[in-house]
Design a protein around this ligand. Structure first.
Ligand code: MLT
Length: 223
């Protein structure tokens, strides 16, 4: 069965889970690993992130979209092109919080940037739950759309209603300009206000990277 959670909740199961935060945490995780970061370690709080500062680590993330004081990088995926061999410690308002709620045997990070790599990875998984990170408890258009793209591309009939709803959203949108669609979302509009409008077009690129971040112990890596 394929399920989609429009909002994260504590989840403990043997199924395969996929976390989605298009704007911008999973887009950042995928970009960092695609550019050679050793791993991305998601943490919940700013002080947990600061406490992990060591040689070869970068303390990264945002609160309210903005890089916290003393952090090496913010949460714009475009800041993650020069991170080869670095350990990235990442804390974000919604994405890393959603990740911390998942306790499953298998957890992948997905966004539009690695859409078909994730779909290929999921082909042989029977039960899959796609978890949308949302924004401060509110459903976000971009995450449901990306979940719908994953469900659509998996071409399966064993869908929950939530999976069907997201798939139908994607089916209605798939030939349209993705960047323009995402730009209309509430979260994109906030990012524009903070000067991150180019992140929306960056995060709208389908299949820029052919990698699937996999969560092992406490970190995302490429296996
Ligand atoms: C989050 O995880 O809350 C988002 O990635 C926020 C952001 O756009 O930086």
């Amino acid at each position: 069965m394929i399920d989609v959670l429009f909002l994260p909740k504590p989840i403990s199961q043997n199924d395969t889970c996929v976390i989605v935060d298009v704007l911008r945490a999973t887009s950042t995780i995928v970009t960092a690993l695609a550019n050679g970061a050793k791993c991305v370690i998601p943490v919940k709080t700013i002080s947990q992130a600061r406490g992990k500062k060591r040689e070869n680590t970068l303390i990264c993330g945002e609160r309210g979209g903005i890089r916290p004081r003393g952090f090496d990088l913010g949460n714009s995926p475009k800041e993650y092109f020069d991170v080869k061999d670095k350990e990235i410690i990442l804390t974000t308002t919604n994405g890393t919080k959603a990740i911390s709620m998942v306790n499953s045997q298998i957890l992948y990070a997905a966004c539009f940037l690695n859409l078909h790599a994730v779909v290929d990875q999921l082909k042989n998984h029977k039960d899959v739950t796609v978890i949308c990170s949302g924004q401060e408890g509110k459903v976000t258009y971009e995450d449901v759309l990306c979940a719908g793209a994953i469900v659509h591309e998996l071409c399966r009939n064993d869908l929950t209603d939530a999976a069907r709803i997201s798939k139908e959203l994607w089916s209605r949108s798939k030939n349209k300009n993705l960047s323009k669609l995402l730009m209309k979302s509430n979260h994109a509009q906030e990012l524009v206000k903070y000067g991150f409008s180019s992140d929306i077009s960056f995060c709208s690129q389908v299949d820029l990277y052919n990698i699937v971040p996999s969560f092992v112990k406490d970190r995302f890596i490429i296996e």
